[in-house]
Design a protein around this ligand. Structure first.
Ligand code: OXD
Ligand code: MN
Length: 592
């Protein structure tokens, strides 16, 4: 039974039913009973497998098609009216052409299948930050994931009422045909259509598609921001909490940073870290003139390989119940899961992510796909913030940008102003990883980590950042920083220990925001004095000279970098904000 009388929802739903022709329609109400019945049904068809319920209660395993294991950026399109509105960093297709092609692919594709209608909220239901979507899918796996990643059910439709402000999301598995796989966004129509994929990032349409691509466009039009940022709170021994929003390209350790465990010395002093979100932040000015952020998601869709007790205790703990594992290895001895980097004890009697028998002790193949995932409820996380459900969000003290740069960027630096901070975000670049299809290890520019996720012209997006800053009292505006955990020495070893020790850098950042610590001015911004980064207790991992070396700003490398920036900026023509042109000029002058 339809969970709403909203005419715009019902009209679109009927149109889509007529297009894809399901045998059956099921509205997802968010109840445990319905979820359990769907789990049972999916177990019967083999779509998911029930894991050891004593060790992993409520946990299931799913394997996608072997050709369908990551987001497909080359098949992701922004279908705005004109190509200029999508900008030089997005693939574009004219909306009329795209709808025709997608409807031709989708037509009749639900025959013999069930349509699941998922009414969901991004953000706590009823929060002024939150937005509604309705996803139609022919995949129970998608339903079960959406039940973890978003808030689902009738209360969402009640919140929407008669409003037309909701996002239309159509997902059709079709035949998982790579050649006909398309992930298309129509920002001007609030519409997303995804066909021929069953992989998370392409089909959980609330996440990247809505909460970033469509929402970034909505935020531009409505005066707020949707950012690819984690949100974490750092509580000091006095009980004060500062919230930081940080953007890193995919699989740069965002989930690890978001759930960081303070180093011993900090724990002893009484520091605590709270996770509000690990991937996406929606940001608005609050009544007191400060910027506030919510995490629009309700779960974590984290990369499994590399997650272990040490690297991310909290993430691992989050996966111990109510989790869906995708494309990890299946340990047949105890019906649990395994992935590379979980421990040093791979199972001998296992099934790999491709579904083949696998012996982890002898095989040269990987047991888990490098982009295998866990979908876990946020409430499972031992360090989930008490503000996670706060409809008003959390106040932001600092924005942090970052990326993997082996030699260039220092461990941390602070921008001189808001506009300079926008420049620092705009010139982010990083080595690629396995989260997206394509070559691994290539340096690519990824402004604000939004390159694959900005739903409109990146030049306009930068201008929007500048305009947001112009609307803030500078005393209340978050300060903007850049970090680089990935500096390497000449032998290729990482210099900075990373993980929990990253708190030492965040600590410096907060001290800067509180005006408690000095810094040295360099051509690229303010860099710490080495003595001001607390390395007490990790002298065996990094000495002060090494620390000094990774705070170094090498002018000649930065000159080459500024040429690369100029080349990148040139792509945006007159959409490049004047303020960013000026910042580039200033950088060049500073390097002379
Ligand atoms: C992700 C990403 O979060 O690719 O999955 O950024
Ligand atoms: Mn992400």
């Amino acid at each position: 039974m339809a969970l709403t009388t909203n005419k715009t929802v019902l009209r679109w739903f009927e149109d889509m039913v007529n297009l894809v022709k399901p045998d059956r329609v099921v509205w997802i109400d968010g109840s445990d009973e319905q979820r359990d019945a769907l789990r049972a049904e999916a177990c019967k068809t083999g779509e998911i497998e029930k894991l050891n319920q004593e060790l992993l209660p409520g946990c299931y395993l799913h394997r996608t098609a072997v050709n369908d294991v990551a987001r497909v950026e080359h098949r992701t399109f922004i279908c705005s009216e004109t190509q200029d509105e999508a900008g030089p960093t997005n693939n574009w297709m004219a909306p009329g052409e795209a709808y025709k092609m997608l409807y031709d692919i989708a037509r009749d594709s639900y025959k013999g299948r069930t349509m699941y209608v998922i009414p969901y909220s991004m953000g706590p239901v009823g929060s002024p930050f939150s937005k509604v979507g309705v996803e139609l899918t022919d995949s129970i796996y998608v339903v079960l994931n959406m039940l973890i990643m978003t808030r689902v059910g009738k209360s969402v439709m009640d919140f929407l009422g008669d409003s037309d402000d909701w996002v239309r999301c159509l997902h059709c598995k079709c035949d998982i045909d790579e050649e006909k796989r398309y992930i298309c966004h129509f920002p001007q129509d609030n519409t997303i259509i995804s066909v021929n994929s069953g992989y998370g990032g392409n089909v959980l349409l609330g996440k990247k598609c809505f909460a970033l691509r469509i929402a970034s466009y909505q935020g531009w039009k409505e005066g707020w921001q949707a950012e690819h940022m984690l949100i974490l709170g750092i509580e000091n021994p006095q009980g004060e909490i500062h919230y930081i929003c940080a953007a890193f390209p995919s699989a740069c350790g965002k989930t690890n940073l978001a759930m960081l465990i303070p180093p011993e010395g900090y724990l002893k002093k009484g520091y605590k870290v709270w996770c509000v979100g690990d991937d996406i932040a929606w940001i608005r000015k609050g009544p007191d003139g400060r910027l506030y952020a919510i995490n629009p998601e309700n779960g974590f869709f984290g990369v499994a390989p590399g997650t272990n007790e040490k690297s991310n205790y909290n993430a691992l703990a989050s996966t111990r119940k109510g989790t869906i594992f995708t494309n990890v290895a299946h340990n047949l001895d105890n019906n649990t899961v395994w992935w590379e980097g979980l421990d040093n004890n791979p199972p001998e009697n296992a099934i790999d992510w491709k579904g083949n028998p696998w012996n982890g002790k002898t095989s040269s193949e990987k047991g888990a796909n490098p982009n295998s995932r866990f979908t876990s409820p946020a409430v499972n996380c031992p360090c989930i913030s008490s503000e996670f459900e706060n409809p008003a969000g959390v106040p932001i003290t600092a924005f942090v940008f970052g990326g993997r740069r082996a030699k260039l960027a220092p461990l941390v630096y602070q921008s001189r102003s808001w506009n300079h901070g926008v420049f620092v975000g705009a010139v982010m670049a990083s080595e690629t990883t396995a989260a997206a299809a394509g070559a691994v290890g290539v340096v690519r520019r990824d402004p604000m980590a939004m390159l694959p996720f900005c739903g409109y012209n990146m030049g306009d997006y930068w201008q929007h950042w500048i305009d947001i800053g112009a609307g803030l009292d500078p005393a209340k505006a978050p300060k903007v920083f850049n970090v680089n955990w990935f500096r390497k020495d000449d032998e290729g070893n990482f210099c900075w220990p990373g993980f929990g020790d990253n708190l030492r850098v965040l600590d410096w950042i907060i001290s800067r925001c509180e005006g408690k610590v000095d810094a040295q001015e360099t051509p690229i911004g303010y860099v710490p004095f080495a003595e001001d980064i607390n390395i007490e207790g990790i002298e065996d991992k990094i000495d002060i000279d090494t620390l000094r070396s990774i705070l170094d700003v090498d002018k000649s490398l930065w000159k080459t970098e500024s040429d690369g920036i100029a080349e990148f900026f040139a792509k945006f023509g007159d959409r490049l904000p004047e303020a960013l042109k000026q910042e580039l000029e200033t950088l060049k002058e500073n390097l002379e």
